[in-house]
Design a protein around this ligand. Structure first.
Ligand code: ZN
Length: 142
């Protein structure tokens, strides 16, 4: 069989298949759980399938991988030096989709919080991030 996918395309597809339980999300979920929050995860039928959904607080949390969501100014989100047209198109698509999903959720009355992967390692940093997120979740909606 002819392998028609480039290496980068293949690893991109693999990452889509692996999908849901990536490590930063698990870390944040555990930390929020330990603060007493209860949530649903990867809720289908909500725009963008938010990673963590706290219905009681009408809050949806996305954990964004710095690379895939092209975190600006982030060390681990280094823009690939080869095949840059391919990557630029991928990132643009991802960013547009993120914005569209966040807008749809806000229109439906949800608070949308985004947590970047780089704020969830090492664990000390993750604990601080989760505390901040906990405060934002509990803050009354305007
Ligand atoms: Zn980052």
């Amino acid at each position: 069989m002819v392998d028609s996918l480039s290496k980068s395309e293949r690893s991109y597809r693999m990452s889509l298949i692996r999908g849901s339980d990536t490590k930063p999300e698990v870390t944040l979920r555990k930390l929020l759980y330990s603060q007493g929050f209860r949530y649903r995860k990867n809720v289908a039928g909500m725009p963008g399938r938010p990673d963590i959904v706290l219905s009681k607080y009408k809050t949806a949390v996305f954990v964004h991988g710095c690379f895939w969501h092209n975190h600006r100014g982030c060390k681990i989100a280094n823009f690939p030096k080869t095949n840059s047209e391919f990557w630029k198109a991928k990132f643009d698509t991802n960013i547009k989709r993120d914005r569209r999903n966040a807008r749809a959720l806000r229109m439906a009355g949800w608070r949308v919080l985004v947590v970047w992967e780089c704020d969830l390692t090492p664990i000390g940093r993750a604990v601080r991030t989760a505390k901040k997120i906990g405060i934002q979740i509990r803050r009354p909606a305007r």
